[in-house]
Write a protein that binds this ligand. Structure first.
Ligand code: SAM
Length: 185
């Protein structure tokens, strides 16, 4: 990270603690996921997290860029108004790292996917339907691999409920930082 983007993200963390992935969350995610891994990220948006995870890993970033999928999610409106800008930022962000953006819905790709993965980062559609669907990707995480959910908090109560009811009892809870909850399989 450059000093400028570091500072921007730190200021954003203070002003908008629930927006996207914070610096502290990213540090934890990178520490747990490690290096040399195959990572699937569901919901890449600008690719800020994608770029950083892909510095020492291969990242498959899945995002259909549809806009208006959930009024509570700021990304939803931004994509609706500025789809071209979002896509060009994403492309720029991942241009120099080992990442591939697939412009499709995670649930559609899931039907054709057959490759085991090391790590999974779920940050797509923040509805109960969305998080339930995306958690089906966990079956592709190798034993001993890691997966994480973002926005497990009061802003998206159905995600919190789902993770607490269906994920916590069935997997090893590794760490949490704010709305980022990480598990191992
Ligand atoms: C909260 S943003 C992701 C932020 C990003 N992970 C970051 O760290 O900056 C949610 C993203 O999920 C994407 N999304 C919505 N529905 C999706 C679906 N069915 N499959 C994959 N991604 C989806 C949206 O287009 C949006 O870019």
């Amino acid at each position: 990270m450059t000093l400028k983007t570091d500072l921007q993200r730190i200021i954003k963390d203070i002003l908008f603690p629930d927006m996207y992935v914070t610096v502290r969350q990213l540090l934890l995610l990178k520490k747990v996921f490690g290096r040399g891994k195959l990572i699937v990220e569901i919901g890449s948006f600008y690719g800020e997290t994608t770029k950083r995870l892909a510095k020492y890993n291969r990242v498959i970033a899945i995002d259909p860029m549809l806009g208006i999928y959930d009024n509570r999610d700021k990304c939803s409106k931004t994509i609706d108004y500025q789809k071209k800008v979002v896509i060009s930022k994403l492309k720029k962000n991942i241009s120099k790292v080992n990442a591939l953006w697939l412009q499709e819905r995670s649930e559609d790709l899931l039907k054709r996917w057959n490759t085991p993965i090391d790590c999974l980062f779920i940050d797509g559609e923040h509805t109960l339907k969305g998080v339930k669907r995306d958690s089906e990707w966990i079956k592709f995480v190798k034993k001993g691999g890691f997966f994480a959910f973002h926005d497990v908090d009061y802003m998206f109560p159905e995600i919190k409920q789902f993770v607490e009811d269906k994920i916590v009892p069935n997997y090893e809870f590794l760490a949490k930082r704010g709305s980022l909850w990480i598990f191992s399989k």
